[in-house]
Design a protein around this ligand. Structure first.
Ligand code: GDP
Ligand code: MN
Length: 385
């Protein structure tokens, strides 16, 4: 779950990370009055859950309250990467001498929280990683001891930070890692962390992504969810307890079980196409859930065919098949559907689906080839594979 910059900053402030003061505004008049009460130049920032707001015109400096009102007017309602700006953060502006990148991320390979720093701040870190990977310094925090002082110093020296700032940087980096661990985050990033002209460090942007699987331990963080910004289909998936991740291929996948879903995606790739999504419908496969999953899959206009790959264990295949048929009657898809059912009563399940005009297959390899052929509009519909 992504949270907004202002929310991430509130969390980081609790770890003594220096954050410029700021408040939320929903109207130009509110932006004006915040700027007026601060009595200093401000920066007006779109609060949307996407990156690159600066480039998109969503971050603007304002020297006076009048200017704050004008830029707020311009940013509110702006569409940034498909999201409409409804809220602004109005914060005291910082005179920047240098922009640095500092981020903590979970690295699955080393099974550690890896902390990265770069003297090339302000730009997206993926961009730095692509064009000048040598400019990123990394250390891995110990799972028990956290980020050690010497490691934080390695980062500071690695990015050429002036020596008089190293002590503050060490405290800040340790605070970031602690915040990451305490909130069960999967990413905590300050980009840019700036050296201000007054010679102090300040976090002028913040991004935290929370691990959904850790949210049950953090009721307070769960409450930060912005329903306005959640993709409607991701929300529908969450409400129906489906694990759904949209991808950019053309084969919709409806599978019960995460491992089976991954194997299905691999097979689709093997036979020359790409999955449009990862979707685990979990156990049971009742008609309402299948229908919800089907609506979600078909909401993606890139989907050219759908593959059902269902293992009928405790739930019998014929029951699953009836669930699918009911769901098809509700959703009425217009793209070809291929089903591979395996497990208890599989023949009966296949018969029911065949009667409902679905293409059926006995093995995953066969199903994957048939669905790829069907997506290509192949007349043979893969019957000869
Ligand atoms: P992002 O584009 O969504 O990452 O938004 P940021 O909050 O990182 O802002 C983008 C850029 O705007 C930063 O890299 C800075 O160059 C600039 N910026 C943001 N806040 C300030 C500020 O207080 N003072 C100055 N001078 N520039 C700022
Ligand atoms: Mn940024």
């Amino acid at each position: 779950m992504k949270i907004h910059e202002y929310q991430a900053k509130q969390i980081l402030a609790r770890y003594n990370i220096p954050i410029p003061r700021g408040e939320l505004a929903a109207t130009p008049a509110e932006a004006r009055s915040i700027a007026k009460s601060y009595g200093v130049p401000v920066v007006v920032k779109a609060q949307v859950l996407v990156g690159g707001r600066g480039k998109a015109g969503g971050v603007k400096l304002a020297a006076t309250p009048d200017e704050a009102e004008v830029v707020a007017e311009r940013i509110l309602g702006l569409n940034i990467k498909g999201v409409t700006v409804r809220k602004l953060l109005v914060a005291a502006a910082t005179d920047i001498a240098k922009e640095i990148y500092l981020g903590a991320v979970l690295d699955r390979t080393s099974q550690r929280v890896v902390v990265m720093a770069s003297a090339e701040g302000g730009v997206e870190i993926e961009e730095v990683a692509r064009t000048m990977p040598e400019k990123i310094v990394k250390v891995a925090a110990d799972p028990f001891l956290g980020l050690a002082d010497f490691q934080a110093r390695q980062l500071a020296f690695g990015i050429g930070l002036p020596t008089n700032l190293v002590r503050d940087f060490v405290r800040l980096a340790k605070g970031l890692v602690q915040a990451f661990v305490d909130t069960d985050a999967s990413l905590a990033e300050i980009n840019p962390l700036v050296v201000a002209k007054d010679g102090t460090l300040r976090a002028i942007d913040a991004k935290i992504v929370l691990d959904d699987n850790g949210l049950f331990r953090h009721r307070d963080l769960e409450a930060l969810r912005d329903l306005d910004e959640e993709d409607i289909y991701e929300r529908e998936a969450r409400m129906n307890e489906l694990s759904y991740v949209k991808l950019d291929g053309e084969i919709g996948c409806m599978v019960n079980g995460a491992g089976l879903a991954m194997a299905t995606m691999d097979m689709i790739k093997l036979y020359g196409s790409a999955p449009a999504n990862f979707l685990d419908i979990g156990g049971g496969a009742r008609a309402e859930r299948v229908a919800a999953a089907l609506r979600i899959i078909l909401s993606d206009r890139h989907v050219k065919a759908v593959l059902f790959n269902i293992f009928g264990g405790i739930t019998r295949c014929d029951e699953v098949a009836r669930g699918i048929v009911t769901a098809l009657q509700q959703v009425k898809p217009s793209v070809p559907m291929v089903a591979r059912l395996i497990g208890t009563n599989e023949e009966e399940g296949r018969r029911i689906l065949g009667e409902a005009n679905m293409i059926t297959a006995a093995t995953l390899a066969e199903a994957a080839q048939k669905v790829v052929a069907a997506a290509r509009g192949d007349e043979r519909r893969g019957d000869e594979v």
